[in-house]
Every structure is written in structure tokens, then in C-alpha cells.
Design a protein around this ligand. Sequence first.
Ligand SMILES: NC(=O)c1ccc[n+]([C@@H]2O[C@H](COP(=O)([O-])OP(=O)(O)OC[C@H]3O[C@@H](n4cnc5c(N)ncnc54)[C@H](O)[C@@H]3O)[C@@H](O)[C@H]2O)c1
Length: 365
Amino acid sequence: MIIMKINKFTVIGAGTMGHGIAELALIAGYEVWLNDVNDEILKNALNKIKWSLTELQKKGKLKGETDQILSRIHTTSNLEEALKDTDFMVEAVIEDINLKSKIFAKADEVSDGILATNTSSLPISEIAESTKKPERVIGMHFFNPPVLMPLVEIIKGKLTSDNTVKETFQVTKNLGKEPVLAKKDIPGFIVTRILFRLLETSCYLVESGKATIEDVDYTAKTELGFPMGVFLLQDNIGIDVDYLIMNSMTKRGFEIYNCEIIKEKFEKKEYGVKSGKGFYTHPAKIVSGKIIDPSFIISSAVNEAYFLLKEDVASKDDIDKSCKLGLGWPKGIFDYANQIGLDKIRNILEFLEKETGEKHFEPQF
Ligand SMILES: NC(=O)c1ccc[n+]([C@@H]2O[C@H](COP(=O)([O-])OP(=O)(O)OC[C@H]3O[C@@H](n4cnc5c(N)ncnc54)[C@H](O)[C@@H]3O)[C@@H](O)[C@H]2O)c1
């Protein structure tokens, strides 16, 4: 493998994710071109990067001087200028397949570098169709906030070359992140699929009257060690974001229990922390609740982990790493499965299949 030299690192989209990814690339020592639709947004992004670098420096977590690091960033609202002859692009514009395709088509026209997308839910292979060289298109899914979250899911599209995967792994490590590989381009990759499985069992428990939102979260926090339970985590991610991603995944074949309480919150525009109210009124933390059987909450997520393994989407180690680094769990999902026992999980899944009529609960192990 030849590790490529990256003279130009481009980030398209300077929003929540884009400015964080640009900051990581700056810290890693790259010359960075950051693009968005206007100078006002770019100025804002630059201020956020400056603030964050200063904070890192105060905490002694930054090698080098803020000013010197910042001297390597070039901002432009001209897409072609940002993309021309780029060696590595990360696209982080809004989740819109037409817009992403347009950007990839332009990148394909004016550069020979690796073209990565930070999409949360769109198929890499669909985005790659807008290019003539789909072998250099790849998914690079960062978590929010990119500077602090240690995991990056790397997603191989149908036509992504092995070399593109290897180079992207190296770049991810250069950015100080831990890569995991989704070998197949399936909706939600690894972490989002597992997250939605937790949500569906939790929704079922609440909607069937077996537990309250507080019971689920208190149990998830105290018995499973999940830092934000299940519902409080949704409030933090944003119920609007989650609902749209879930719909995009179901449209592409992901089967999931129809969670009415999420839909209700979405329709009432109760999106969570960002709107002040979601499953909780904010600021909120998990303080009390009844302890229920934690195996119920995690059962469908365990099943999903076995599905990912069976379908050769990811390795056991990468699935465990994804849960620990992407969701902040104290241990991997297969550790929970061993601790609870697969017989017990099978019984719960069969119960869920019978109760809901949902075939996707069928045990995958
Ligand atoms: N926010 C998250 O938690 C998160 C996590 C992982 C992945 N993602 C994915 O990252 C991507 C970006 O999400 P975000 O949360 O940063 O969104 P955001 O809305 O904060 O930022 C998107 C940016 O794209 C810019 N943009 C729109 N049209 C553009 C164009 N034609 N050219 C250049 N820039 C343009 C917008 O002006 C905006 O600044 C999405 O695909 C999202 O699914 C988001």
C-alpha cells in the first residue's frame, strides 16, 4: 500500500460536523480548505474553531500554537476552488442526496483524491453513482462533536477499492480517531442500527405500559451503565434528526417496530434539548425510576449485533468497539450478551415477535 501525501484536505460544509472535522484536520497538520455557501457561515465556523483550539490549548491538549495551526486554514464559498486538486475531501453538508451527489460530481471532475462523505443515513454507493470513479468514494461517519468523540465508522461502498479503505483508515488515525469498518453499505451502518434497536425495545416497553420513560432510562443507566439511558440520549441527539434518519433507513429496507411516541414528539416539534422539551423538559438528568429487567432493553440490539456479524458487515471487535466508543458503553455488546445468556435473549425476542407481529425480532444467533 502506498500511503498518499495529502497536500490539500478539503471539508465541504462548515456546520456542526464540518467545522469540527476541519479542526481535526488542522490539528493533524494538514492544509485545510473549508467551504460553505457564504462568508458569514465560514466566519462563524472559523470563530468556533478558534475558540475550541484555545480551549484545547488551555487544557494542555494541543501540540503547537493556535495561531500557527490556524494559519493552515483557507475558507472559501467557491466550491470549485475548495475541490480543485484536493487529495482528500470530507463532505459534511446537509443530509440531502441531490446536493451530496452534485458535490461529488464536481469533486470527481476537478480532483483525483479520495472522496469521503459524513452522511448518517444515505447509501455511499448511491452517492458514488454521481462520479466516474466510485472506487475512490467512501463513507467516513464521525460522531458529534467530532473533536471529542473518538470513533469514526468507515463505510465501504459497493465499488470502493481496498486501497481507498486503507488510506482512509490511515487518515482517520492521523486525525487521532479510532476507525471501525462497515464492510457493507447498509442503512445505519453499525452504531445507528444498534441505537435504533435499543429505542424500539424501549418504545415497546413504554407503549405497552410495562415501564415509564424514567424506568427505562434509570435501568439503562444503573444496570447497563449507559451514560444517558435511552430516551435522554434521543433528546440530546435531537428527535427531529433521529426521526428523519429512521425514515430514511426504513425506506431502504430497515425494519423496525413502529415507535409512536417518537412520531408524536416529532409532530409536536418537541425535539429534545434544542427545543427545550422532548421526552424530558430540559435541562434534565436521570434521577430515579423503577428498575426493570435490563435484558429486555438490550435484547434487540444484541440481535442486531449478531445480524451484523452473520451478514459480515463488521467484525466482532469492531461492533464491540463501536458500542464502547460511539455510545459510551462500559463494555461491548457481546459482553452483555454473554453476561445475560443467549437463551434468555432468545426468549425475549420470541416474546417480542409474538406480541408485535414483527418478523425482524427473529433471533439471528
Ligand atoms: N449532527 C450530527 O450529530 C451528525 C453526526 C454524524 C453525521 N452527521 C451528518 O453530517 C452532515 C452534516 O450535518 P451537520 O449536523 O453538520 O449539519 P449542519 O446543518 O450543521 O451543517 C450543514 C452545513 O452544510 C452547508 N451547506 C448547505 N448547502 C451547501 C452547499 N451547497 N455547499 C456547501 N455547504 C453547504 C450549510 O450551510 C451548513 O453550514 C449530514 O450529512 C449529517 O447527516 C451529522
